[in-house]
Design a protein around this ligand. Structure first.
Ligand code: FUB
Length: 512
């Protein structure tokens, strides 16, 4: 199989094609995301170590830039014998498997989060959530198992009679979406599988044949904020369950917005629980989903996860990253320390007049939980944004008439301009949904801490465009500005107002 664009984009091309599944490309990484040029987006990493080499199976994200949906048709694999958060040498196998070629009963597409583990027989077992072609279940996702003699494949169906888990297998009554399997082969050879999303986490013991469900289902409800993406592992005598959590709120230790997820974990002294929630170990990342895997390789533990940080990346164009995971062995059970997220050094960026990223952003009105005040100054303007990609005031029929956004700096800045990128799903003048504001203006805090309107302004544009005209005003020296946004509507019912980005322009250039 030939991947001409990928070949051009990767830094180095070293390995030639052997068979389709084993085509591979070598590249050098400078840090996170591991492959940062956007040539091959990867989500849902699941690490495996064999002979001191790290193998990370991932889904391949292929959604177009402005499509808000998973478009995942195959799994690929990143391999390195010298992994490091600073980069290193990697080989990408872009096509390890596809749902319909692994399983005769599976549809193409939906190559969701898979994990490969080594069985006691030395073979490699891939637990893959796919959609069943002729499913009569309400939700067609099912977990199949494929087997291979090598981590990179080729994989063949280990249970040709069908999935090992679905809404009707091993028994009816499972009404969850059966994705995100995580499997542990314990030191005594026993095998355990957990899976589930949207707050549901189920588990079984499997037979050592790796495919037969042995026990009744275990339902885990004690892991605070559990959303999806479980990762089961064992260190010393303790079982750890890492997972994506989304218990959201202004004071949540996990995430301020309901669309994002943090990575948290719980522990147990037995593989089927009971599980005790422990802590958050990775705050929200730039993609709405977060998905952990953790492994020890060459004496160092790593957390692997995905972000939207690669070139052209997004919530459905994710890229995997890897950072050092450390332990606090003074605690019992040993605690996982908060992981320090790192990025590859940025190539030099041009200085900018926009000092909004250096400000603290806040909203005087409470921000509804699906929106994010930090989106105001993240310098990311998405054409087709999800709610946390913008700040918004929409509360069904209770959206406030007046909304105030504030930027505060630790130092005095001299400003002479501002711009706002609005988002709207209703036309100007609407009294429902999200519409452009009826009017807006900017005030600055003067030397006496009083708010004053900026003067001699050019007009405040009200159009919905991702490249709005800048509002110029007489320079002000200040430590804070605020934008007053008056919503459209009337008679007690107003539309929401939404802002994708709010720039505060300095009179002088600033380095980033
Ligand atoms: O990649 C599809 C889904 O996104 C996974 O199943 C979840 O864990 C989330 O990462």
């Amino acid at each position: 199989m030939i991947f001409p664009l990928l070949q051009l984009a990767l830094h180095t091309i070293a390995v030639t094609a052997q068979t389709d599944h084993a085509s591979s490309f070598a590249f050098t990484s400078n840090g996170n995301p591991i492959l940062s040029n956007g040539s091959w987006y990867s989500g849902d990493p699941a690490p495996l170590v064999v002979n001191d080499t790290l193998y990370i199976i991932t889904g391949h994200d292929t959604a177009p830039a402005n499509e808000n949906a998973f478009n995942m048709n195959e799994w690929g694999m990143f391999v390195s014998a010298s992994p490091s958060a600073d980069g290193g040498e990697w080989t990408l196998y872009p096509n390890v498997a596809e749902p319909q070629t692994l399983f005769s009963w599976a549809e193409p597409g939906s190559a969701y989060a898979a994990q490969i583990v080594q069985g006691t027989d030395g073979k490699f077992y891939m637990y893959a959530p796919v959609t069943e072609a002729n499913s009569s279940n309400e939700d067609a996702f099912a977990i199949g198992v494929a087997v291979s003699d090598a981590p990179t494949g080729p994989y063949t169906d280990a249970h040709p009679s069908g999935p090992i888990i679905s809404q009707s297998i091993p028994s009816p009554g499972n009404n969850i979406q059966n994705i995100d399997p995580t499997v542990l082969v314990d030191d005594d050879g026993k095998v355990y599988i957990y899976f589930g999303t949207f707050g549901a986490l189920l588990g079984y013991e499997l037979d050592p044949d790796m495919v037969t469900v042995k026990t009744d289902v275990t339902k885990v409800t004690s892991l605070t904020g559990y959303f999806e993406a479980p990762w089961l592992m064992k260190r010393q005598d303790t079982y750890y369950m890492l997972f994506a959590a989304n218990n959201a709120g202004p004071d949540s230790p996990c995430t301020p917005t309901s669309y994002h997820a943090c990575i948290a974990y719980g522990t147990a002294s037995s593989p089927m629980g009971p599980w005790t929630f422990q802590d958050v170990i990775l705050p929200v990342v730039s993609s709405t989903t977060s998905h952990p895997g953790a492994v020890e390789v060459n004496g160092e533990w790593y957390l692997v996860y995905h972000t939207a940080d690669a070139a052209g990346g997004g919530h459905f164009r994710r890229s995997i990253a890897l950072d050092v995971l450390t332990w606090d062995d003074t605690q019992s059970p040993a605690k996982i320390n908060v992981v320090d997220q790192t990025w590859a050094p940025k190539s030099s960026t041009s200085p900018t007049y926009n000092v909004a990223p250096k400000a603290k952003a806040s909203s005087v009105n409470e921000t509804p939980i699906q929106y994010w005040v930090e989106a105001l100054h993240d310098e990311i303007v998405r054409e087709n944004p999800l709610p946390p990609d913008y700040w918004c005031s929409w509360i069904d029929t209770d959206s406030p008439r007046v909304n105030t956004l504030v930027y505060t700096w630790n130092e005095t800045v001299q400003l002479n301009g501002t711009s706002m990128v609005f988002f709207a799903d209703h036309a100007a003048g609407a009294n429902e949904g999200v519409a452009p504001p009826q009017e807006w203006y900017v005030e600055y805090r003067d030397h006496s801490e009083r708010w004053q309107r900026v003067e001699n302004t050019t007009s405040y544009p009200l159009g919905v465009t991702d490249s709005p005209d800048v509002v110029r005003f007489e320079p002000v020296d200040t430590g804070a500005i605020r934008a007053i946004l008056v919503a459209s509507g009337g008679n007690g019912q107003y539309a929401g107002v939404a802002v994708k980005e709010w720039e505060a322009l300095s009179t002088t250039l600033h380095s980033v």
